[in-house]
Design a protein around this ligand. Structure first.
Ligand code: SF4
Length: 221
């Protein structure tokens, strides 16, 4: 078993096994992602909920006065820019697809779908990866702050490459069949044990596989 597979196995033993099923459709996932930028999960989920209650159809979001949409999602932060960005993205999708519907992405390869999403304004590698992974079940790793921190501490990537380039570096290393499990396991571990700024190594099942721990214990001896 590879070191990465062993990491996932041990973390799943601790946190439970992740089984992929689509959370939302790709359009919902994309809008939820835009709302999640620079805010907490709680606030962005609340903003998404408010948006869906007020405008049950995407065409209504496009037609809404931008200030009214901004008021609706205000609790998610950066409401004015996010409202304008959401309307812009939805309009482009409607122009390209005939309606606000991204189900055609299912027929594209991972790379084609990634390129399509990243051509939309404000959609970077992380947002594209979240849509591909969570809505479409593609073996693409979204690298958020937890995944990045745990991965560099374990020694899977170098910290210096930064979050943006970590995606490609991890994508090359993690076997496609465990990408989703890897992502979920590292998030759980980053939230609960391998925290920023100080990891709780005394409670970690990965000490023998961890570069950060090896360095820290070596420097102590
Ligand atoms: S040993 Fe410490 S630094 Fe390494 S993964 Fe575990 S908690 Fe994080």
């Amino acid at each position: 078993m590879s070191a990465i597979a062993e990491i996932v196995r041990r973390l799943e033993e601790r946190y439970g096994e992740a089984n992929w099923s689509p959370r939302w459709n790709p359009e919902d996932e994309l809008v939820a992602c835009i709302l999640s930028q620079h805010t907490s999960d709680v606030n962005s989920f609340r903003a998404f909920d408010n948006l869906k209650r007020r405008y049950p159809a995407w065409d209504e979001v496009i037609a809404a006065p931008t200030e009214q949409l901004a008021d609706t999602i205000r609790c998610g932060g950066l409401a004015n820019s996010k409202a304008a960005r959401i309307q812009e993205v939805l309009k482009i999708i409607r122009e390209q697809e005939g309606s606000v519907d991204l189900s055609r992405l299912k027929q594209l390869s991972d790379e084609e779908a990634r390129r399509y999403l990243m051509a939309l304004p404000g959609v970077g590698p992380k947002t594209a990866a979240i849509v591909l992974c969570f809505a479409l079940g593609r073996p693409v790793i979204p690298v958020d702050t937890h995944v990045f921190r745990v991965a560099w501490r374990l020694g899977l990537i170098r910290k210096q490459i930064g979050e943006a380039r970590a995606h490609d570096a991890l994508q090359e290393k993690v076997p496609p069949e465990i990408v989703y499990n890897f992502h979920v396991a590292l998030i759980q571990h980053g939230r609960q044990v391998c925290k920023a700024p100080v990891p709780r190594c005394y409670d970690c099942p990965l000490t023998d596989l961890c570069a950060f721990y090896a360095e820290k214990s070596g420097s102590k001896s």
